[in-house]
Design a protein around this ligand. Sequence first.
Ligand SMILES: [Ca+2]
Length: 154
Amino acid sequence: MKFLILLSLLVSVTAFANTDLPTCKNKMEDLQINNEQVIEWRSTQKPKFLGRAFIQGVIVSEIENRQGHVHFEVDLDKDLSTTNDRVEVIYNIEFGNLPDYRAGDELIACGDFIVDSWSPMGAVVHWLHYNPKVKNKHEDGFIVIHGELAGLNK
Ligand SMILES: [Ca+2]
């Protein structure tokens, strides 16, 4: 009986987390969270490599906040003692304000991944917003911080 209660709790938590998220598209495919793929790209791909990222991690710190762009250091395995799984996440506030945030908050991001030797983390996830251009095809992205969605304000 205890097991069943625990199981139903787990199922409801998981369902809540998934139903609230918009779909993260990669061409025709619906992406699932791909932290492991992103961590592998980060360590194996060359600068300027491009991929599609749907990540879930925790905010370590705000690296900078200027010219309308907020830069986060995000840890993808949520173990703050390891740093080889971190990426820089950049959000343009032109596409909607972020909720209040602080270190330790959960951050989910759907956008473009790029290996970037200028980044302190060596890798960036950006383009976390809808596509403002009709002619230029690009998948929509978004950002979610402790459950609050941003990036899709049109
Ligand atoms: Ca870590």
